[in-house]
Design a binder for this molecule. Structure first.
Ligand SMILES: [Cu+2]
Length: 500
């Protein structure tokens, strides 16, 4: 049954890289063909897949300090490209409902499992207890059962964009791929901005690949990008339109909530001002032309609609594509349009010239860890055997019954993450750890100028990253892992216990 095993992931990745290189030369043509195939010649307009009958996410807000809600994980049959697909969705929408909370709130959530397999829930980016029925990924919710989650969010919780998804070892890849993920926003980031920016319009960009070909769920192949069936979607749509006025500044929340794909995005003629990374406000605002998002990554950015002078148009409305650009990695052809910004040039807003350079945010712990006292140094070696599908950390596959690393509460540690995979393998591993955000100290031995803390970082192929992790506030056992969820399911995960 598993003849696809001969098609190793290494060679698959190599092929994708090769195919992407080819496609990068013909991106204009391929996009045109794509537009024709989807009947999108009269861009821009937001377009679900032809025949797709999946609902769009609704927004759920906390009230009086409590977010009370129910997530039902269930199958949903839909049609995409005239092919029937079976998605796995929360509450029937793709992505799942967008949950909004404030620091100090409590989440009271019922997860109803209507799937045929066990599942559970992880609150990615949350600085909360990993124990009991909080952000506990060791919980297993059997088919037909309901699990109640109570999550107490600290008053000084970081602000920004997080997300939720199943995290049951062995099934995470398949379940997230099939559609189970959604945004989880800790509100209040705008209040850190200068007054005129505190009520700006916000837009969410929940980016992921869809649909996931069921063939690949059963063969566990790396990706179905090769079928040409998979598309980058934003909030369940292909190429939605974002309205902005010339000179208007907006807050964009960009998140990669897919299971494994990389995406690098750019908005030609515009800058991204990063005010939060991985749901944590930066201490220094960084100005970027592009954003690189491996699976799990989030950026909260300020974007200002450029005036007509940038484009030489006369007081006209113009369209600027948010598109896949050449950066570290990409699984989609260069130039693929993710969303279209419609700039209304005839309604010029007086530009706000006060994009801040720093943010005043006091989160858990001490913030910038550059001068922290280091209590321990650890080294983790990441290694892939693509032929036999064995993915290890320190030569071991995941074992939920052991504790790999014990970290004392209140201390700060340096972890050197080493990727032993060859450059030819194409295996870069996005590292993610639960409960505490970390600071990147160096990449391949070069000091890294961190602008804030993060919870997801790429370990380059045949390279290394040193991260500095503070153990704040919570005790309990949780995990760190590669966020290519395929690698995670096949072993590239370890346990960490935060201890008193
Ligand atoms: Cu990996």
């Amino acid at each position: 049954m598993k003849k696809e095993r001969y098609f190793s992931i290494g060679s698959f990745v190599a092929f994708v890289v090769f195919a992407s290189l080819l496609l990068s030369n013909i991106s204009t043509t391929s996009f045109f063909v794509q537009k024709q195939a989807f009947g999108l010649e009269n861009q821009p307009q937001s377009t679900p897949f032809p025949g797709m009958n999946l609902a769009k996410p609704i927004d759920v807000w906390s009230k009086n300090g409590v977010l009370k809600t129910t997530l039902v994980a269930d199958y949903q049959v839909g049609k995409v490209d005239n092919k029937s697909i079976t998605a796995e969705l929360y509450n029937g929408s793709l992505p799942g409902p967008t949950l909004h909370v404030y620091p100090g709130d409590r989440i009271e959530l019922n997860l109803i499992n209507n799937l045929n397999d066990p599942t559970n829930l992880h609150f990615h980016g949350f600085h909360v207890s990993p124990a009991n029925n909080s952000d506990n990924i060791f919980l297993e919710v059997p088919p037909g059962k309901t699990q109640h989650y109570s999550v107490y969010i600290p008053k000084n919780h970081p602000l920004g964009t997080d997300w939720y998804h199943p995290h049951l070892h062995g099934l995470t890849y398949a379940q997230v791929s099939a559609g189970l993920s959604g945004l989880l926003i800790v509100e209040g980031l705008q209040k850190l901005l200068p007054k005129p920016l505190q009520n700006i319009t916000t837009h969410n960009f929940a980016i992921r690949d869809f649909p996931f070909d069921s063939l690949f769920t059963t063969t566990y192949n790396m990706s179905n990008t090769l079928t040409g069936h998979e598309r980058l979607i934003v909030n369940g749509e292909i190429n939605p339109t974002i309205n902005i006025k010339s000179g208007e500044t907006q807050l964009w929340r960009i998140a990669n909530i897919g299971p494994e794909n990389y995406v690098s995005v750019g908005l030609p003629g515009h800058k991204f001002y990063i005010i939060a990374e991985d749901g944590y406000p930066v201490w220094k605002v960084r100005q970027n032309d592009t954003l690189f998002l491996p699976s799990g990554k989030r950026f909260d950015v300020l974007v200002t609609g450029a005036g007509n002078e940038t484009f030489g148009a006369s007081a006209a409305t113009h369209y600027d594509p948010l598109k896949v650009v050449n950066d570290a990695f990409n699984d989609h052809p260069l130039g693929t349009v993710i969303a279209t910004m419609k700039v209304q040039g005839n309604q010029i807003v007086k530009p706000v010239s006060i994009i801040p350079t720093t943010l005043n945010f006091r989160g858990p712990g001490q913030g910038d860890l550059s001068n922290a006292t280091i209590a321990a140094h650890r080294v983790l070696y990441f290694s892939s055997n693509d032929r036999d599908w064995i993915y290890t950390i320190n030569n071991k596959t995941f074992n939920p019954n052991v504790v790999n690393e014990k970290v004392k509460l209140g201390t700060v540690e340096d972890w050197k993450l080493v990727n032993l995979d060859s450059v030819q393998s194409g295996n870069a591993h996005p590292f993610h750890i639960h409960t505490n955000h970390f600071q990147v100290m160096s990449v391949n031995g070069k000091p890294y100028n961190a602008h804030g803390l993060q919870d997801t970082v790429m370990i380059p192929t045949h390279g290394n990253v040193v991260i500095r992790i503070p153990a704040n506030d919570f005790v309990g056992k949780t995990v760190y892992h590669c966020h290519l969820l395929f690698h995670e399911d096949y072993g590239m995960m370890g346990t960490v216990e935060w201890v008193k």
